[in-house]
Design a protein around this ligand. Structure first.
Ligand SMILES: Cc1cc2nc3c(=O)[nH]c(=O)nc-3n(C[C@H](O)[C@H](O)[C@H](O)COP(=O)(O)O)c2cc1C
Length: 402
């Protein structure tokens, strides 16, 4: 058998293999966007439109991809974004991605509505786990969830603020994706013609909302799904965020910012980071491509907090593009789930290796020896480098590293 890296050399190859292994409803849930999916297309087109002029004659060098973020040094400037219902898309995905996070020194952000609990996943992440919060309405549940996440080893809290309402996803309606799920004959047929997924689901059991299970009355997945919407509220306000910021002892990140005004407010409230994101095109079809919103937001915060980016990344070149537009770090949602669905437990390692190799190759091509060398001239890391280089400090040496 040929090596996996030759059979699936890029994320789109993994996606295609995933599509053939997942039941139709699970695939549609993962791949779809909102509305007529113009924003999904816009994310892709805007990333493709970012052109970078390479610098040549830098000699031999091996780029340093490692990146410091929130007090840790990661091996790469990217990680796995939170994805809800990840155990439905491929059973056991959360554990698989968590193990890669530990092995490869990459962050993994567990979703509130994933199918595993913080207690199960936190210890597997090797200190690289982040916890994503959809804010519970009841302050006691909120406090309990934060305590559970922190006690489980999650050092960074990511509060998602761009889901004020469940968006319309027409493809999901047509595919029969519903919460709570309906197990009609068509759903059962669609599962049956994906025998590997059905087998893995039998082994792992039907997906549960394990993080929220203790707060909902029902023991069944369908019953719990009905209650989840009553427990969590996608419409927090700045006051609620302030309270959580004060209650959370670790790093605090707000996910789903596109407007510079909101970014400024995030700085004022003392957030450690924001994620410039349009939720992978799944919420508001009129929003700008996240990569187009990024430079203005990054300039606005001017290094006073860390700027993360997601939405539409398909390869290492897209990560390079995002760094060149002002991002400090990138996240990928669908890519890691395509990987688990395509090849099972070897998937997240493979996705990491694909992204890393592609990023490294393109950094050499671009002439950048480390992540800071890819920053735009107005980025604080770039201005610090320029100042150091004028002073003649070793840190400011640009060749071959820059
Ligand atoms: C199937 C699916 C489920 C998602 N669930 C969540 C979630 O539970 N919490 C959250 O903050 N973001 C969620 N997101 C958004 C991702 O965290 C991320 O912003 C988005 O996937 C980035 O775009 P990409 O998939 O093109 O990389 C989800 C995305 C997908 C595709």
């Amino acid at each position: 058998m040929r090596p996996l890296g030759e059979r699936y050399p890029s994320i789109p190859y993994l996606a295609e293999r995933a599509r053939r292994r997942m039941p139709f409803f699970a695939w549609e849930y993962l791949a779809s966007g909102t509305g007529s999916e113009r924003l999904v297309a816009r994310n892709r087109a805007a990333l493709d439109a970012v052109e970078l002029v390479p610098r040549v004659l830098k000699g031999r060098f091996t780029p340093d991809l490692s990146t410091e973020l929130f007090g840790r040094r990661y091996s790469v400037p990217f990680g796995a974004a939170p994805v809800g219902l990840s155990g439905l898309m491929w059973p056991g995905s959360e554990r698989m991605i968590a193990r890669t996070a530990a092995k490869r020194a990459m962050p993994y952000c567990l979703s509130t509505v994933a199918n595993e609990s913080p207690e199960a996943i936190g210890p597997l992440c090797g200190g690289n786990g982040w916890f994503q919060l959809y804010t519970p309405i009841d302050p006691d549940i909120r406090a309990d969830l934060l305590k559970r996440a922190h006690d489980s080893g999650f050092g960074t809290l990511v509060v998602t603020v761009d889901v004020p309402v469940g968006s319309r996803r027409e493809r999901q309606l047509v595919a029969g994706v519903s919460v709570p799920p309906r197990f009609g004959p068509l759903t059962l047929y669609r599962a049956a013609i994906r025998p590997r997924w059905s087998f893995e689901t039998l082994v792992h059991g039907l997906p549960q909302f394990r993080t929220l299970a203790k707060y909902v009355e029902s023991g069944t997945f369908a019953g719990a799904a009905r209650h989840v919407g009553k427990v969590i509220d996608g419409r927090p306000d700045w006051d609620m965020l302030d309270a959580m910021r004060n209650a959370w002892p670790g790093h605090f990140v707000i996910k789903g910012i596109l407007a510079p005004e909101d970014a400024r407010r995030a700085v004022r409230m003392g957030a450690d980071g924001i994620v410039v994101s349009n939720h992978g095109g799944r919420q508001f079809d009129a929003a700008p491509a996240a990569i187009d919103a990024l430079p203005q937001v990054a300039r606005e915060v001017g290094g006073r907090l860390r700027v993360l980016f997601d939405s539409g990344i398909e390869g290492g070149l897209d990560i390079l593009r995002a760094l060149s537009r002002g991002a400090d770090f990138c996240l990928l949602g669908r890519a890691f789930l395509y990987a688990t669905a395509a090849v099972g437990k070897r998937g997240p390692d493979l996705a990491y290796d694909i992204l890393r190799t592609d990023l490294e190759t393109n950094m050499i091509q671009f002439g950048a020896g480390n992540c800071d060398a890819m920053r735009p001239p107005w980025h604080p890391a770039a201005t610090a480098r320029a100042a150091a280089s004028q002073r003649g400090d070793a840190a400011g040496q640009v060749s071959p590293k820059g």
